[in-house]
Ligand binder design. Sequence first.
Ligand SMILES: [Zn+2]
Ligand SMILES: [Zn+2]
Length: 381
Amino acid sequence: MSGKRDYYEVLGVDRKASDAELKKAFRSMARKYHPDKNPDDPEAEARFKEVQEAYAILSNPDERRKYDMFGHDRPGGSPWGAGGFQGVNISFDDIFGGGFDSIFSSLFGGGSRQRSNRGADLLVRHLVSFEDAFTGVDEELEIDVLNRCSGCEGSGSATADGVRVCPTCDGRGRLTRIERIGPFHQQVTQDCRACGGDGRIIQNPCKTCRGEGRAEQSKKVRFSVPAGVDSGTRLRLSGHGEAPRSENGRPGNLYIEIEVQSHEWFERDGPDLLMALPVSYVDLVLGNTIEIPHIDGSPLKVRIKAGSKPGETITILDRGLPMTRGGRGRGAVMVLLKLAMPGKVSRATKKQLEQMRAELGSGNAEVLDDILDEARDRRRS
Ligand SMILES: [Zn+2]
Ligand SMILES: [Zn+2]
């Protein structure tokens, strides 16, 4: 890295310059050499890049210390990787406004702006049984994912020195040109055709991945499904997505979207479980306790009070699903009482029912009273 100008010299500042002085110098230099002000001027473009690089290093305290100690020949190589500094796309607004600090912090991995340097996120759907959603479960999945190629360690090249920076785009992978529309300038960015947007040209591609640097591999992922999970919940497994395109990027995330199988008789309402219980007229009139097997292992006891009506709901607290998202306890089971109509009735039962009708007196004589009573009750409630 000899022949490179001293960073302090590039910015025209003293070696003891303060942060404020550096910033001021950078702003005035960046304005002077900005490509918008110097269209089609390769000299200005080179200076602009130089100024950016110098400021990127000197405005970062760690990098500045290393530079002060070692100059351009610091151990561990260039902080920009094999391709060297590629420049950042900063607009005039960034120079005049406050936006450019965040651009530079992201160059050192501090920010979240390195979108293009991250592998793609993956989404996998996963079905769990209702019972497993109730208790929570540890699962293992086998997925096919683009991983860093093991044959070339992700470089895509069969030999260590077989990669060079794409001369067409200067390693950026993209080409930007300014289009003039009336009085306005618009930046148009396209993938570089020469390198397919990679920024690098591989002379002797790795045979395993054909130069991609990534290869599809099946891998096992383990994850825990939390108790009480509902359909549509997405679990995130950081770094288990696709490998990045470039060697120094980060892999994407793997999202697992949970789908809970439906239960034979329960419907879900968040942590609450809803069900309908058909009961006989006799159970409604006399009351009864009915036991139903339940997913938590102990039977659910539904106590029907004497004189219950169809359509009433019995709430059994704390027997629903576990609360998720830090909530405590469990939801409720809500039992809707329905009148079960008997199908075929035996002769003996028929006889008893006839007897009942006579006793309850639901004949034509009282029908109007019954109608009026019902209407009064209905309107009161
Ligand atoms: Zn490879
Ligand atoms: Zn290119």
